[in-house]
Design a protein around this ligand. Structure first.
Ligand code: AGP
Length: 615
């Protein structure tokens, strides 16, 4: 997730673009850049001026202070790296000869296009997928001499997600933009016009917006905006007036980043899957891992290390690894792993799971695994983070920056990528038939739509939170693959609502914890209608017999559970292995609304940091 901005008009462009980029830093902040062009009368052939740097927008401002730019046209970018580590050469804008571009998204066919252009003599400066766009467009313009026609042709060559802004030095007050899969909107001004990834960027300049849809592009001039579809057919767009405050806009109208990030999960999973499932659900490919089947087959066991929410993702993955890939899998709390003197287990794949890639305990655990000569792989959301440099092999979750301390969308994206790793292992070990794999990947691909259905029940969750707002202790119970979700849901309630929450495998209650149950304990039961449900139902009956209040999350239409519960939250029917993606959404929402009811600082809970970089 990155932020792009563009301006064409009658004012100096760079301060406008810089200020707008600052409002998009929540979309990415590992590098930034701006490209402008001076237009002095007929001198339209000036070279571009480009300023780029690794680091935040403040670094870019320093650069502009020392090397000012002039001109009334500019495009800018603040980056959340997906391909290529954060650096000046990987920062946007990317230029090739007379074309300069900024891009947000993932060009899935970037490798093929890059090879095609290299064969035609092109040489690339960066490791990014985006740079090929500048090369491709400049080449098309030189072949046709027609900027607008070349833009249309170029767009049709791109596969994947892109929000683009493009300048051509021979027609610099004609800014080309296009949208497919990544957000992009236009701002209308007086003698000036704007483009940006998101509303906050432009609110100080305009409240008149044209929201582009997928498959739409536009040519933006200081006094004219032409919107068209990718075939070039003009489209009449309705201007929308948006009166949000800046604070509201950065959260897209949600009250907190956490709620925004909970609702982002369907899109995040689509981004996470993008380019990773071969058409026909035949295979999984990771653009950052080129291990052949024999390498995946060579592993005799999997060992996962992580902390907090990431550890819960590992616990779920253990079920998948053993049930689907038929491979032994261990999951350790990183802070425990590093001191338990793990014994070397030959041909072990050690997977470190960390959203930030900077968690001290997880990094230390990776060092332990390295001593055991395990093969190392990290699953992280942060390009070029410390964990990547330690493991070398990495799969990025592409969830975009997660601002709220409580992890939601990154957990879901971790699960998605760990499910894909499980499939790779299952295929290599021939643990499942091709038909089974295809069906599983197809079901995995539809999880986003299922999450959308669960999110529609948010009002009911809010009502249940109000009903139980005065209880100060909870049990969260689950069995099998739902047990780690009980743990994760309990962590959320602890860390943002500050409520004492005991999470247990439901089968464990009879071994002691049941002694606590009374009508003062609401018991949240994660109970999808899977093969362990009958066991879960027995546990629920035991709780009810001691006046425990049952809040259950179960499969829609499952009357046995609904009738046994004081409150029931339905998930769509889904295969057993994938129920965690759905049950977890309710527990994220429940913790969020409980925290709001208690007046807590939801995005910055007390005593907590987003990344625990100390022991
Ligand atoms: C999650 O809600 C917590 N903020 C915390 O448990 C977090 O998951 C843990 O600190 C691990 O962080 P990491 O994924 O960045 O390594």
């Amino acid at each position: 997730m990155c932020g792009i901005v563009g301006y064409v008009g009658n004012r100096e462009a760079s301060p406008i673009v810089l200020s707008a980029l600052r409002r998009l830093e929540y979309r990415g902040y590992d590098s930034a850049g701006i490209a402008g062009i001076r237009i002095n009368g007929a001198e339209k052939n000036e070279n571009f001026q480009i300023r780029r740097c690794e680091g935040s927008i403040d670094r870019l401002k320093d650069l502009l202070d020392t090397q000012p730019m002039v001109g009334t046209t500019a495009i800018g970018h603040t980056r959340w790296a997906t391909h290529g580590r954060p650096s000046e050469k990987n920062a946007h804008p990317h230029r090739f000869r007379d074309v300069v571009i900024v891009h947000n998204g993932i060009i899935e066919n970037h490798k093929e296009l890059r090879q095609e252009l290299i064969k035609k003599g092109h040489r690339f400066d960066s490791e990014t997928d985006s740079e090929i766009i500048a090369h491709l467009l400049d080449r098309l313009i030189r072949e046709t001499g027609d900027f607008e026609k070349s833009c249309r042709t170029m767009i049709k060559r791109l596969e994947g997600a892109f929000a683009l802004a493009v300048l051509w030095s021979h027609d610099p007050d004609n800014l080309f933009v296009a949208k497919q899969g990544s957000p992009l909107l236009l701002g209308r001004g007086e003698g000036e016009n704007f483009v940006a990834s998101d509303i906050p960027a432009l609110l100080e300049y305009t409240k008149e917006f044209l929201i582009l849809n997928d498959g739409e592009m536009a040519f933006i001039e200081p006094s004219r905006i032409r919107v068209m579809d990718f075939s070039g057919k003009l489209i009449q767009k309705k201007t929308q007036r948006i009166n949000w405050s800046l604070a509201m806009a950065e959260k897209e109208g949600y009250d907190h980043f956490m709620l925004k990030e909970i609702h982002e999960q369907p899109r995040v999973l689509q981004d996470s899957l993008r380019g990773r499932i071969v058409p026909g659900f035949k295979n999984v490919i990771f653009d950052t891992i080129d291990w052949k089947a024999e390498k995946w087959r060579s592993f005799s066991s999997v060992s996962m290390v992580a902390c907090g929410t990431a550890w819960h993702a590992g616990l779920i993955t253990k079920y998948w690894m053993e049930q689907i890939a038929k491979i032994h899998a261990d999951v350790d709390l990183a802070s425990e792993y590093r001191y338990r003197s793990p014994v070397e287990f030959p041909k072990t794949l050690s997977i470190a799971i960390s959203q930030s890639g900077e968690t001290y305990d997880t990094l230390a655990a990776v060092d332990e695994a390295k001593k055991l000569r395990h093969s190392l792989l990290s699953i992280t959301n942060t390009v070029d983070s410390s964990i990547v440099r330690r493991t070398k092999n990495v799969i990025y979750t592409h969830a975009g920056p997660e601002i709220s301390v409580a992890s939601t969308k990154c957990f879901t994206a971790q699960l998605m990528n760990l499910a894909l790793v499980t499939v790779k292992l299952a295929q290599a070990r021939r643990a499942q038939s091709k038909a089974w794999i295809a069906k599983f990947l197809k079901d995995l691909s539809s999880i986003s739509r299922q999450i959308e259905k669960v999110l529609k029940h948010e009002d009911k969750v809010r009502e249940i939170a109000k009903k139980y707002a005065n209880y100060n202790q909870y049990f969260y119970l689950g069995r099998g693959i739902s047990y780690p979700i009980a743990l994760e849901g309990a962590l959320k309630l602890k860390e943002i609502a500050y409520i004492n929450t005991q999470a247990y495998s439901a089968g464990e209650m009879k071994h002691g914890p049941i002694a606590l149950i009374s009508d003062q304990w609401p018991v949240v039961c994660v109970a999808p209608n899977d093969r362990l449900f009958p066991k879960m139902m027995s546990n629920i009956e035991v709780v009810k017999a001691r006046s425990g209040k049952i809040i259950s999350i179960g499969t829609e239409g499952h009357k046995t559970l609904e009738n046994a519960s004081d409150d029931f939250l339905p998930i769509p029917k889904v295969r057993e292995e994938l129920s965690p993606f759905l049950t977890n959404i309710y527990l994220q929402l429940f913790a969020y609304h409980m925290a709001v009811l208690r007046g807590n600082n939801v995005d910055k809970p007390k005593n907590l940091a987003k990344s625990v970089t100390v022991e």
